[in-house]
Design a binder for this molecule. Structure first.
Ligand code: SF4
Length: 60
């Protein structure tokens, strides 16, 4: 089994994304990663940074 592509449900886009993408988005929302790592579907959402930071799945 390949555990490298674990998926989680992202409430921002109401879709499953790979956990590594979630981590990229999370770091970007905190300004610790360039926004070029963030999928365009997420960048289009108003206040995506605040919403991601408030998400229960956001890494602490
Ligand atoms: S932490 Fe951010 S990227 Fe990850 S699931 Fe939540 S909203 Fe989506």
């Amino acid at each position: 089994m390949n555990s490298g592509s674990e998926k989680i449900f992202c409430p921002l886009i109401s879709k499953e994304i790979e956990r590594i993408i979630c981590e990229d988005v999370s770091w970007a929302s905190e300004g610790m990663q360039p926004e070029r790592f963030v999928p365009s579907a997420i960048l289009e959402i108003n206040d995506w940074k605040e919403k991601c930071m408030g998400c229960p799945k956001h890494p602490k």
